[in-house]
Design a protein around this ligand. Structure first.
Ligand SMILES: [Fe+2]
Ligand SMILES: [Fe+2]
Length: 278
């Protein structure tokens, strides 16, 4: 079982040559499926890009959405369009909308978009505000004083959906692969070889999803949870507990590629291209 892991391809920033290169990487890699951890495009283009990938790659595509996938839209509208597209295309699997999928013997795949949920770091004193606030209807239509509570609510919704799936997956599998867009821990929120500071953390860590993952790992010490995420565009690995690892993949605008080949072995999940020994 070999999966091509792609994160943050931002296909709206790509020209035809970038697209052709991505297609030959995916089609020439002997993969059985593709896993995408969000920021596929923007809200007005993401369904087109998903259908195009499913048709051209000719492989199952398991994916979550990132914050950019809701740009030029509201979150509910973009998500509903992607759910509809995914349910009507046999090769598209929007993990946020899907039950745990057994991808190998005793290995489950689950996923959840996640959101920088303002629960880690210092939202009040941070001078940073993302484009999200200008380009996603939910924020644009709300007073700035409400932004923090919207972020917290989005993170809570993500954590509740993930909790249910994680419990179901752990009940029947020894290993669970979790795809999400936003790093769930500060230690997994890499930028140029360092982890994030208090000003970036509110927008780059989904703390409530992290809580759910950590609790599940502690409650199931014999089981293994592997989390794959993106969003920071910088790579790194974080060992949160003995049985919970988070790998963050890098990305570059206009240069979509395969961040790693995921090889599901009989006892280990290997990520070719990452040194993941603690
Ligand atoms: Fe991104
Ligand atoms: Fe992102």
């Amino acid at each position: 079982m070999r999966l091509a892991w792609i994160t943050d391809p931002h296909l709206n920033h790509c020209d035809l040559a970038d697209w052709d290169r991505l297609v030959s990487l995916v089609r020439g890699g002997g993969y059985s499926a593709v896993l995408i951890s969000g920021d596929i495009s923007e809200g007005d283009d993401v369904v087109f890009q998903l259908r195009r990938m499913a048709d051209v790659f000719d492989l199952p595509i398991h994916f979550v959405l990132g914050n950019h996938d809701f740009y030029q839209s509201s979150i509910a509208t973009a998500r509903a369009a992607v759910i509809e597209a995914s349910r009507s295309h046999p090769r598209l699997d929007y993990l946020t909308d899907s039950a745990p999928l057994t991808i190998a013997d005793s290995v489950a795949l689950i996923g959840e978009d996640g959101w920088g949920d303002a629960t880690v770091g210092d939202f009040e004193n941070s001078p940073l505000r993302l484009q999200d606030f200008l380009l996603i209807d939910d924020f644009q239509a709300a007073p700035t004083a409400d932004w923090k509570s919207i972020l917290i609510r989005l993170g809570l919704e993500s954590s509740e959906r993930l909790k249910e799936k994680l419990e179901a997956a752990l009940a029947n599998h020894d290993r669970v692969l979790v795809a999400t867009h936003v790093p769930p821990f500060r230690q997994a929120c890499w930028y140029q070889g360092r982890t994030t500071d208090d000003f970036w953390a509110p927008f780059f860590v989904c703390g409530q999803v992290g809580e759910v993952l950590k609790r599940a790992a502690e409650q199931h010490p014999q089981k293994r949870i592997e989390v794959l995420c993106g969003h920071t565009h910088s790579p790194g690995v974080a060992w949160i507990t003995a049985n919970l690892t988070v790998t963050t993949a890098g990305a570059q605008y206009g240069c979509p590629g395969i961040a790693a080949t995921i090889v599901i072995g009989p006892t280990e999940i290997e990520l070719l291209g990452f040194n993941r020994r603690p």
